[in-house]
Design a protein around this ligand. Structure first.
Ligand code: SAH
Ligand code: SF4
Length: 355
């Protein structure tokens, strides 16, 4: 069953939006102004768009919603990390879906070392995820459907409404490279119309080698992070089921190709699972795999998911692992999850609501 595309300001392309604005009594350039008001200025109410004629504002308000989704849950942690659960109505699939977007306000340290005010927004690309990693809440739910480009963009618009964005990470629900066309369309708007540069956006993927090779020659729209999680093939086959049988060396070689073609260094992500992949032997073998590569390892201590058999490592183990990598000449950072008390690991708010 295929439903009509929702008629919203964000879902219409340029020509469609112009035609719609003209049909409502406006001029074609009013379409651009309306979009600018939403994407560049963060306005979510036509009444505030005073650069549009009053009659058109009224007509737009009655006829053309700005956003397709609705906020179905919100949790705010003590550190002001805000997690939104956004419900999107049926698009091409036959059911409503919910996805998570997380807004993490902070002073973050930019690459150059200076501090920049603003939030990091974590966005989703799919409702659920087909990759099936056993430690991940999104993986447990399977894939409901891909998000449309406007639904990805809507997360940025809703995030922006919570406060200015300095960075974004595409690390929410879903595997970005399995919905890349929609993601690329959304990221173009984020770059061109919201002004978030491609170096401020990081896309995290399990690293399908052939897809990475297709992307490498293109103008980079983002920084790349590859979820590796272990130096051992057998273990990766278990931790990242959809990559079963894809040699780790092929993933790393595709990463090298990306780095050579784009000149952008890669971050390798490593979820630290207590007593599963956090031994010093793992650190040594990981260092061997990465030796000679210009990259950073980002260690993510496992964020407990209800019903999951994995354990969060202690801070001492995390520090030993990091120190071992550093001793082997590999730069490693640790990312403790923000807002843990509010189910902040991606997919967890939705998992809780689904139960
Ligand atoms: N599908 C992509 C992007 C979304 S997941 C990917 O896997 O890279 C983003 C990151 O969060 C991944 O590195 C993933 O391994 C990590 N992650 C997932 N569940 C987690 C959990 N429960 N605790 C800590 N990190 C988790
Ligand atoms: Fe999908 Fe990433 Fe979760 Fe794995 S970790 S199931 S790839 S969202």
């Amino acid at each position: 069953m295929s439903a009509e595309k929702p008629q919203t300001l964000l879902s219409l392309d340029r020509e469609e939006l112009e035609a719609r604005v003209i049909a409502l009594g406006g001029r074609s350039f009013h379409a651009r102004i309306a979009r600018e008001n939403v994407l560049a200025k963060g306005l979510l109410d036509y009444a505030q768009m005073t650069s549009l004629p009053a009659g058109l504002r009224e007509a737009l308000r009655a006829e053309l919603p700005i956003l397709a989704g609705s906020e179905s849950a919100r949790s705010v942690a003590a550190d002001k990390t805000t997690k939104l659960l956004i419900a999107f109505p049926q698009a091409k699939a036959a059911r409503d879906v919910s996805v998570e977007t997380v807004h993490m306000p902070s002073l973050y340290e930019a690459e150059e070392g200076e501090h920049v005010p603003g939030a990091t927004l974590c966005v989703s690309t799919q409702a659920g995820c087909p990759v099936g990693c056993p430690f991940c809440a999104s993986g447990q739910l399977g894939l409901a459907r891909n998000l449309e480009a406007h639904e990805i963009l809507e997360q940025y618009v809703r995030g922006r409404a919570l406060g200015p964005l300095a960075r974004s990470v595409v690390m929410g629900m879903g595997e970005p490279l399995l919905n890349y066309t929609a993601l690329a369309t959304a990221l173009d708007a984020v770059h061109d119309e919201m002004g978030l540069g491609s170096r401020k956006v990081t896309v995290s993927t399990v690293g399908f080698p052939e897809r990475l090779r297709e992307l490498a020659p293109q103008k980079p729209r983002f920084q790349l992070a590859i979820s590796l999680h272990t130096p051992d093939q057998e273990q990766r086959d278990l931790l990242v089921p959809a990559m079963k049988g894809v040699p780790i060396e092929d993933v790393l070689a595709a990463g090298d190709d990306w780095f050579q073609k784009t000149g952008r260094e890669i971050t390798y992500e490593y979820v630290l699972l207590g007593r599963d992949n956090d031994s010093l032997g793992h650190a040594e073998r990981l260092a061997q795999r990465l030796r000679g590569r210009r990259c950073t390892v980002n260690l993510i201590p496992f964020n407990p998911v209800e019903g999951s058999p994995f354990k969060r490592p202690g801070s001492r183990e995390v520090e030993f692992f990091r120190a071992e990598l550093e001793a082997e000449g590999i730069i490693a950072t640790v990312r403790w999850s923000r807002g843990l008390e509010s189910d902040s690991a991606c997919g967890q708010l939705r998992l809780r609501n689904a139960r």
